[in-house]
Design a protein around this ligand. Sequence first.
Ligand SMILES: Cc1cc2nc3c(=O)[nH]c(=O)nc-3n(C[C@H](O)[C@H](O)[C@H](O)COP(=O)(O)OP(=O)(O)OC[C@H]3O[C@@H](n4cnc5c(N)ncnc54)[C@H](O)[C@@H]3O)c2cc1C
Length: 401
Amino acid sequence: MRHRPGLRVLVVGGGVAALEAVLTLRELVDSRLEITLLSPNPRFEYAPLSVAEPFDLGTAHRFELREILRDRGVDTIVDALEVVDAPNREVRTTGGLAIPYGALLVAIGAHRRSALPGAITFSGSRATSDIRRLLRDAAAGTVERLVFAVPAGVTWSLPVYELALMTSAHLAEHELPVEVALVTPEPRPVDAFGAQPSAAVEEMLGLRGIPFHSAAPVRVEPGRLIVENGEPIPADAVVALPKLVAPEISGLPRDELGFLPVDEHGRVRDLAGVYAAGDVTSFPLKQGGIATQQADAAAEAIAADLGEHVHPAPFRPVLRGLLLTGRAPRYLRAEVLRGRATRSTAEEEAIWWPPAKIAGRRLGPFLALQGVPGGPPPDAVALELDASDDPDEDELSDLPG
Ligand SMILES: Cc1cc2nc3c(=O)[nH]c(=O)nc-3n(C[C@H](O)[C@H](O)[C@H](O)COP(=O)(O)OP(=O)(O)OC[C@H]3O[C@@H](n4cnc5c(N)ncnc54)[C@H](O)[C@@H]3O)c2cc1C
């Protein structure tokens, strides 16, 4: 079957980067230009609040893509990309469609795979029941030492900190004498954010009595976690993040890890008319806010390349993380320059707007309109840590961006 031709921007994926990209494109390009979204999952799944589900402090949200994009003039096709035929500006899908395009934006994310043998893998809502079971085991006294671990190669570690902190708050509230520890190859807590956020999180872990072990976890054995170059860490159960594995699409280039190499405007190397954004790209930090910034850069480049009066801004990564702790949340922010965090800050008050878990310029306000809460769970209580550092004026300029 051949899909209807015409000058079309085809956005492949139905996640964070894809949604931000179609919102940006719709704003920038002529309304006569066709925008089509191709995704095997008819739903957009907003995963970040899944970390709060086991504690009844929040829920992951799901939306029908067709429904939320209906009045944006975006056509949605439920199918999966299989082949990119860039010379002929056409893609083929697993369902047998051939779809021509004027510009193609690949935003298909990455596969999440278990990376620590013997551990419970936390990839989102699917693991909610596992964490709830651990909390019940803790209450029954059959689990006394819980370890939260970041496997080597995982670059977005915040969910593990959130799970450890929320678990410790839950255990304290229920007066359960269970030890919680954190194991990660990072040299210091939340290393990607730089000095100040790292110090703030280190202090918080200390106040909660959560030991921080800087070590790469290897495997779980009965009663302990084996780490690289270190003593085993006592553990009755271990919860770990998944590693991200690059998807393979025929016709697209791959870097040494399998991810898609792009320039700072999201253009895929050596393939005219093909762009990419989000976890699928070679950029090492796989994070939702970063995915939206890449999507903005790629959407602007597409608009400019199609002849719109747009000066495409390059991707300049800013890391924003809302850390849920079971008590007072923290807003962490850093600019990433040549792989290093600069202008880092950690605040108790929101420093971007809406103060969402995934800070996307258009996605944040769009999801707020769909009812996704813009901030921390409502019953997060301000406790511990002094709010001793006033947000400086530059950081406040992040509000409304
Ligand atoms: C538990 C958890 C908590 C997180 N918390 C945060 C947070 O607080 N803040 C933050 O910024 N980030 C967070 N992240 C990371 C964030 O979710 C990802 O970085 C982000 O979703 C990446 O966006 P993406 O669009 O590249 O990929 P995804 O959002 O994964 O979307 C990929 C899309 O592509 C579709 N797709 C896959 N294969 C194909 C194909 N062949 N053809 C067509 N479509 C395809 C999928 O169905 C999906 O719709 C969290 C992640 C997890 C797992």
